[in-house]
Design a protein around this ligand. Structure first.
Ligand SMILES: NC(=O)c1ccc[n+]([C@@H]2O[C@H](COP(=O)([O-])OP(=O)(O)OC[C@H]3O[C@@H](n4cnc5c(N)ncnc54)[C@H](OP(=O)(O)O)[C@@H]3O)[C@@H](O)[C@H]2O)c1
Length: 327
């Protein structure tokens, strides 16, 4: 397989490079592309130096798969160019996620949707991915009646700029660029809120994408997304109402056997998922599994994952593996 990473110098692109190496994906030729700002930089893949090239239409010549992580406008411009040249695009941006002709895929949840692609496959939002990995086994075992989610998200979800703003503020420096008009250090802030919509962009993405991936168009879902000043990892408080009654032990057992999930749930010994534990690893960690006595069939969960790995790079590489297995 010949593969290009578009946005190779970014937080997600750099993580993709590592994930391709670690998972020993069968890549014959790897091309690293970014903007003209980074052209000529050298990165390392399997101990070999590789020069970063400026993204151009010719970048896709002879390439089988393109992993895009360079933002929505680059994806909107270049994904059709790549697809027209016979390359299959796996796109991390939000550009195509709600396009009915573009499958939106989490391999633990709806892997076969990937095979319906017409040249472009979308990787979901990072908060959505970890949520659906935890919800899918519960939907199958007990049915879902309603879900309420509150997120606690690292600013690295907004890329290098988000991380740089937080780090500068933590070190008492003025940030060069900002992802929020508010201070991030020591603060809790929201994502961009559209004046015409009560929900933030992130909240809307999580609701729409979750329904689409689970194939549950009318699932009642309420989402509040918050950025918190952690360096890496997203955490989510998830309140689930199931169709059929289940105990916390039933849920623990189902999740313990679910693909991609690691249950860490021994609160008496202070064992529960944390973002520090999740960082640089691929699983979705679930803990604090307990009954929600305020509603019928209520269960509470705490769901944590590394936004750059399972929330982005690892999920994209897993989609590539699904495609390669069905080639
Ligand atoms: N961060 C996350 O947790 C996360 C999770 C899921 C999805 N995503 C999505 O993944 C994408 C990348 O995110 P990120 O966090 O990696 O952002 P980032 O750290 O800001 O990196 C952006 C990358 O895009 C490249 N780029 C920018 N403009 C370009 C252009 N005109 N042509 C070619 N390359 C260009 C940059 O190259 P230069 O170095 O040359 O500027 C850089 O490699 C975004 O769409 C984001 O929404 C991010």
């Amino acid at each position: 397989m010949n593969v290009v990473i578009v946005g190779a110098t970014g937080l997600v692109g750099r993580t993709m490079l590592r994930v391709l190496e670690e998972r020993n994906v069968n890549v014959d030729r790897l091309v690293l592309a970014a903007s003209e700002r980074s052209a000529g930089q050298t990165m390392t893949f399997r101990d070999q130096p590789l020069d970063v090239v400026e993204l151009r239409p010719e970048t896709f010549d002879g390439i089988d798969y393109a992993l895009f992580s360079a933002g929505g406008s680059v994806s909107r411009q270049f994904a059709p160019v790549a697809a027209a040249r016979g390359c299959v695009v796996i796109d991390n941006s939000s550009a195509w996620r709600m396009d009915p002709d573009v499958p939106l895929v989490v391999p633990e949840v709806n892997p076969l949707d990937a095979l319906l692609h017409r040249g472009v496959i979308a990787n979901p939002n990072c908060s959505t991915i970890q949520l659906v990995v935890a919800l899918k086994p519960l939907a199958e075992a007990f049915g879902l009646r309603r879900v309420v989610v509150s997120t606690y998200q690292t600013p690295s979800g907004a890329g290098q700029k988000g991380l740089d703003q937080l780090r500068a503020e933590l070190e008492g420096r003025m940030p060069m660029e900002r992802i929020s008009p508010h201070q991030l250090a020591g603060n809790t802030v929201f994502h961009t809120i559209d004046a015409l919509n009560a929900d933030s962009e992130e909240e809307t993405k999580v609701m729409r994408e979750t329904r689409r991936i689970l194939h549950m168009d009318s699932l009642p879902l309420a989402v509040t997304c918050v950025r918190v000043p952690v360096i890496g990892g997203h955490a989510e408080s998830v309140a689930v109402e199931t169709e059929r009654p289940c105990s916390a032990d039933d849920v623990r057992q189902v999740l313990s056997n679910a693909p991609g999930v690691v249950v860490v749930d021994d609160p008496a010994n202070a064992q529960y998922p944390t973002t520090v534990r999740a960082n640089d690893t691929d699983p979705v960690y679930v803990g604090r599994i307990r009954p929600d006595a305020s509603v019928a069939n209520g269960i509470l969960l705490w769901v944590v994952a590394d936004n750059l790995r399972k929330g982005a790079a690892t999920n994209a590489v897993q989609i590539l593996e699904v495609l390669a297995a069905h080639r």
